[in-house]
Design a protein around this ligand. Structure first.
Ligand code: NAD
Length: 418
């Protein structure tokens, strides 16, 4: 253990020393690292897609969309904005300060720790890395041990392409992460569960280190109307993409449950069945279009959510589980008890409860009476209802008539509220 710690402290000292030289502050260094990241993504694309398939059974198109294409877009955005982000801005002063002048000068923080989760092992490590490099910091990435092939590709590729005196990947699980957290950092960026988030925040408090926490939650999708066939096709396709087609529902901004007016329930369920078969085939177990559950523990956790007899009785489609292949069929439930675990814990898997309401406006109270979601999705053309959702609910983002796309918008902030 002592050897590991000495090795770790040596590595961190090397990073701090690089930062102290001022090298990472140079615009040329930031630009070169971002460009190197672009080359990595282009040249190692095959390895990245293969690792994601191995770790979590993601289809290459899904992997490209979420973990290569999106990240390339973000690198290009950072390259385009770098000059502006780095420039100082003159600001006005009150008359009492006359004749002084003032300007805001952006500066890097120092050594940044990025701790990421397994569901988007490249995206959730590289997106914060782009920000950290663009801001001129030295960085350590601690990827999740639950996606080991991805962690290993990330480590070897970043080592080959980026300045490894300024950017390092340190692999390991909770114990390694615990050792990292004992060190003094200038910023910690954590993506993961609220449980571990508390551990990270407590460790950061020891050194008064600022933290960014990307945690989870339950994201509702409000379905207002299903009258025309266009409404139905667009809504159902986007719901399927935002649930089963995004890491099999193992996504922080994936749809957790649906709220719909009673009168549209039968259309919604019937059409979802049709589209699930259309998109994933008659026997979804054989499809390679749905990711697998990350491991046995998570599969058992999801199975336990369904094992509650009242919840089980609410299944109207799917429900089959293949433990050996870490597969859970896309599963639809109608009105499981609101006090059941499935309606209180983050589901993080391909189980989709639908809750019916008398009037769709009741969805506002339903959402407000629960913890703030990371995202709310609403399928509606009713402008008045849209305005009410914007002004009366609170969430990290609110997306109308689509799912997941807000993740790709560089011009919008991403994360939960607060
Ligand atoms: P997790 O909290 O179990 O693990 C996250 C990281 O913490 C991993 O790198 C892990 O090695 C480390 N870790 C685990 N236990 C630890 C401990 N005891 N001490 C120190 N470090 C420890 O989360 P997960 O299972 O990897 O990810 C799933 C969660 O992440 C879900 O809640 C999901 O909603 C959330 N998430 C959020 C976002 C977002 O952007 N907001 C994105 C993806 C996932």
């Amino acid at each position: 253990m002592e050897g590991v710690m000495n090795g770790l402290e040596g590595e961190l000292e090397e990073l701090r020393e690089t930062f102290r030289t001022g090298k990472t502050k140079e615009a040329s260094w930031r630009r070169s690292q971002l460009k190197a990241l672009l080359s990595l993504l282009k040249e190692r694309e095959g390895e990245i897609l293969e690792a994601l398939k191995q770790d979590i059974g993601k289809h290459p198109v899904e992997s490209y969309r979420d973990e290569v294409g999106t990240v390339m877009k973000s690198v290009n955005y950072a390259l385009a904005c770098l000059k502006q982000w780095m420039s100082s801005k003159k600001v006005k002063l009150p008359i009492i300060a006359f004749p002084s002048t003032a300007e805001l000068v952006p500066e890097p923080l120092g050594l940044v720790l990025i701790i990421s989760s397994w569901n988007f092992p490249f995206g959730l490590s590289l997106e914060p890395l782009i920000g950290a490099i663009a801001a001129g910091n030295a960085v350590v990435i601690k990827p999740s041990e639950l996606a080991p092939a991805s962690a290993s590709v990330l480590a070897s590729a970043l080592h080959s392409y980026l300045d490894n005196k300024a950017v390092k990947v340190i692999q390991g699980g909770p114990s390694v992460c615990g050792q990292l957290l004992q060190q003094k950092w200038d910023k910690i960026f954590f993506t993961g569960s609220a449980r571990v988030g508390k551990i990270v925040m407590a460790a950061a408090a020891e050194h008064l280190t600022p933290v960014t926490m990307e945690l989870g939650g339950k994201c509702p999708a409000v379905v207002d109307e299903l009258s025309s066939s266009w409404d139905i096709t667009m809504t159902i396709r986007r719901i399927l993409a935002g649930k089963f087609g995004t890491c099999a529902g193992q996504a922080c901004i994936g749809i957790d449950y649906i709220l719909v007016e009673e009168k549209f329930l039968s259309t919604l369920v019937q059409q979802m069945k049709v589209f699930i078969k259309k998109v994933f085939g008659e026997n979804p177990k054989e499809t390679n279009s749905i990711a697998r559950i990350i491991n046995k523990n998570h599969l058992i956790r999801l199975k336990n959510l369904l094992d509650d007899p009242m919840v089980n009785a609410s299944i109207v489609y799917g429900g089959s589980i293949d433990e050996d292949r870490l597969f859970i069929e896309p599963t639809i439930l109608v009105n499981p008890p609101l006090k059941a675990a499935i309606m209180n814990e983050e589901i993080f898997g391909p189980l989709l409860p639908i809750i019916t309401l008398e009037k769709i406006e009741d969805s506002i109270e339903f959402i407000k009476s629960r913890p703030r979601p990371l995202t709310i999705y609403a399928f509606t053309k009713n402008e008045k209802f849209k305005r009410r959702l914007i002004s009366e609910t609170s969430s990290g983002s609110l997306t109308f008539n689509d799912t997941i796309v807000q993740y790709a918008a560089d011009t919008l902030p991403f994360g939960g509220s607060g």
